[in-house]
Design a protein around this ligand. Sequence first.
Ligand code: HEM
Length: 128
Amino acid sequence: QASPLYAQCQGCHQPTGAGIPGVFPPLAGHVPEILAAKGGREYLIQVLLYGLQGQITVKGAKYQGAMPAYTQLKDEEIAGLLNHISTQWGNKFPTGQQAFTAAEVKAQRAKTMTAAQVLEARNKLGLK
Ligand code: HEM
């Protein structure tokens, strides 16, 4: 299902959500494992609001790029994008989790983080 907002993402993460190995991380098959981690929902909101910079490992592959920040999007738009990437390409919310709301995005926007702090938050998720 098409999402006009995801058009801004697919140049890097690809229409299939598969990313480009070693360059842009996949979202397909990967967003659910972030959602399942304690703090993962908040982290996903932070990535969109503040970007991400520094080395990460996804499914055994290393990435050292820069994810741009999308602070200019409205809270509802960020929630909509996160709902899109959480439910496309076979992705699903973990049992018991509901769709992202604008109120959840607003709460993370109140924090004001740097892309490097978002990386620190990621490191605390305990992703494999
Ligand atoms: C990382 C989503 C746009 C490049 C991520 C992550 C998410 C995400 C959820 C975190 C993955 C993880 O922690 O394992 C999105 C969405 C976008 C978008 C929804 C559209 C609003 C872009 C664009 C680019 C990009 C346009 C390229 C210019 C990257 C890179 C990383 C990343 C390089 C890894 C950063 C690092 O190595 O530290 N993206 N992204 N993304 N994204 Fe995006």
